[in-house]
Design a binder for this molecule. Structure first.
Ligand code: KG4
Ligand code: ZN
Length: 347
């Protein structure tokens, strides 16, 4: 009789920003549970994440969220092989809650501890449902705090090709939504408003930086929208209140088109530079349909065509499945952290 190989169950924990999340994933791919407690309602009235409020909410939610993830997965602590946690990058006072919980469980359960980079985990979510792909690959990670392009060779060592020099793509969506007085979080609100607008109606700037650069800059477009709504140098009156729904929709659609255009053109540059055969897309902004569609079209139009792998929508925004999934590869490689693990704001 052949021995049945035991699956590796990893408990993942995520508290880097405003979602308290825990998940149990087997062998890096089989999602046994995924629990996400979102704090959107708490931050809504401030129009952005307030670190102290985020941290307090994580403290309240971390235990029930982990307990629910374990219960949904139907596993006991004895069936968990390792505890993984996103310890960077993010808000330090938010990260520390997940890191402390993970270290405590690792210690009392006697299980190895695995430290995960939150951005690399976002990248992993693009691979969750993939049935294989050709290397080299380029990965675009677009979130509320980061916009990065990676040269991806293996789950453990994505090499950074470029990142934003100012605002992240998601941050630009959030700030423009606030200018347009659309509800928080801004990304989904802009996407919804843009659906009824003309993306060609306003020509917002596309900042490409110097030729060949794989870095991003989104503060210019945000300022352009601000000036469009409040006059040059903000010297005019705020016209947003008196704008029609159609005018708001046109601004949202034109802004979204400009951001998507830059993201696609930069990814194309990265493909050219690396000779990539595959493009991966992850992070909160990867939930945006216009971006998903444009990158798919770019990959289809390439000669020969490129494979395009994008995170399933439910795993685009912050979650712990991506943490537990990536941790499997560190587990197999024997890369563990110890109880001196600390949160790090930068990753
Ligand atoms: O990855 P994520 O959950 O958190 C960070 O790691 O930052 O990303 C959150 C960001 C927010 O800026 C949110 O507005 C944006 O993702 N986002 C979107 C969409 N859904 C979420 N941006 C554009 N279109 C969307 N549909
Ligand atoms: Zn994230």
């Amino acid at each position: 009789m052949q021995a049945v190989s035991k699956s590796v169950n990893i408990l993942g924990i995520e508290t880097s920003c405003d979602e308290t999340a825990a998940a149990v994933v087997a062998n890096g791919r089989i999602v046994k549970s995924s629990v996400v407690a979102s704090q959107t309602e708490l931050h809504e009235k401030y129009g952005g994440v307030v670190p102290e409020i985020a941290s307090r909410a994580h403290i309240e939610k971390i235990y029930p969220v982990i307990a629910e993830a374990m219960e949904q997965a139907g596993v006991t602590k004895d069936e968990i092989d390792a505890v993984a946690v996103a310890n960077q990058p993010g808000l330090t006072i938010a990260l520390v809650v997940g890191v402390t919980a993970a270290k405590t469980l690792s210690f009392i359960w006697g299980k190895p501890l695995i430290a995960i980079n939150h951005l690399h985990a976002h990248l992993q979510s693009a691979l969750l449902e993939s049935d294989g792909f050709e290397l080299p690959a380029v990965a675009l990670i677009v979130s509320g705090g980061h916009t990065c392009l990676y040269d991806y060779e293996s789950p453990l060592e994505p090499a950074l090709l470029g990142s934003t020099i100012d605002d992240a793509a998601g941050e630009a969506f959030d700030k423009v939504a606030s200018i347009l007085r659309l509800p928080y979080p801004g990304g989904p609100s802009i996407e919804k408003a843009a659906a009824g607008g003309d993306p060609k109606s306003i020509k917002f700037p596309r900042t490409m930086l110097e030729p060949g650069s794989l870095d991003f800059s989104f503060s210019g477009i945000k300022t352009a929208v601000l000036y469009y709504c409040r006059g040059q140098d903000m010297k005019g009156e705020d016209k947003v209140g008196s704008m029609s729904k159609q005018q708001i929709a046109d601004i949202a659609a034109s802004f979204q088109a400009a951001v998507v255009d830059v993201l696609v053109r930069k990814t194309k540059r990265a493909v050219k530079k690396t000779g990539a055969r595959t493009v991966l897309l992850g992070g909160g902004v990867a939930a945006n349909n216009a971006l998903r569609k444009s990158l798919q079209e770019m990959c289809d139009a390439a000669k020969p065509a490129l494979k395009f792998l994008v995170a399933p929508k439910r795993y685009c925004t912050d979650n712990a499945v991506m943490v537990a999934s990536l941790a499997y590869y560190k587990f197999k490689a024997g890369i563990f952290a110890d109880l001196s693990l600390e949160p790090q704001a930068r990753g």
